[in-house]
Design a protein around this ligand. Structure first.
Ligand SMILES: [Zn+2]
Length: 230
């Protein structure tokens, strides 16, 4: 005969298991602003499509991986929700100046820049972190303490290389942070951002991160405008 106490214990045990956060979650949206419950990332099916979501100290990412109206479900916020003050445009100006002054256009060498929140000074900071720099390759120095803290990893590309490369996909997978490329640093500079959530990358407009200084073109924004016009 099954005792009432056994049924109750089973029920409590099931509830406890359900409360343990999953590494990868699959959820249905119930509110416009949902917190991320999974340890690594989660898929959220919402009224405005399927979102890939993950959270870290500096921001929560809610990235669209399939835009589609799903009737009967709540629409959910899409973009980056920052838990720190927004990054000022001066940072991009400083990085661009550093990239321009490090090499001439004809003797170009890639570099990596880390952008991180300085907890002691309560401000955004950056530092150059490339090693083994060459015309079309560099490696981030992952021994630097700033490397672990960085939530944005930006690297320069040689003139005309407007897209993340296959080597970038390999180097940047397995991490959860924003990645960027800064192209044509000596003439008509351009920038492109994507958010990497382990082995998935979603391109996004620079406006989700910061206001860009005048003179730096956001490639993702230009391309999405062009698509709308076609
Ligand atoms: Zn690259």
């Amino acid at each position: 005969m099954i005792q009432d106490s056994d049924i109750c214990n089973n029920h409590l045990w099931t509830e406890a298991i359900q409360r343990i956060p999953k590494f990868v979650g699959h959820r249905i949206a119930e509110q416009r602003c949902e917190t991320v419950e999974a340890i690594m990332y989660e898929y959220l099916l919402a009224g405005n499509g399927l979102l890939l979501r993950a959270a870290r100290e500096e921001f929560t990412a809610s990235l669209p991986i399939a835009y589609r109206e799903v009737k009967g479900l709540r629409e959910t916020f899409v973009g980056l929700r920052w838990h720190r003050p927004r990054i000022t445009s001066a940072i991009w100006d400083e990085i661009l100046m550093h990239a321009r002054n490090s090499h001439t256009a004809t003797d170009f060498k890639e570099n990596v820049y880390l952008i991180y929140w300085d907890k002691v000074r309560s401000m955004w900071r950056w530092r150059a972190a490339g090693r083994n720099n060459s015309w079309a390759a560099t490696i981030a120095d992952d021994q630097l303490p700033e490397y672990a803290d960085a939530c944005i990893e930006l690297h320069t590309h040689p003139p005309g290389a407007l897209n993340f490369s296959g080597a970038d996909d390999i180097d940047e997978s397995g991490k959860f942070r924003i990645f960027g490329i800064l192209v044509d640093v000596h003439d008509k500079p351009k920038i492109r951002f994507r958010c990497g959530i382990y082995d998935q990358f979603v391109q996004m407009p620079a406006s989700w991160i910061s206001v860009l200084p005048k003179g730096i073109v956001d490639l993702n924004e230009v391309e999405s405008l062009l698509q709308m016009m076609l």
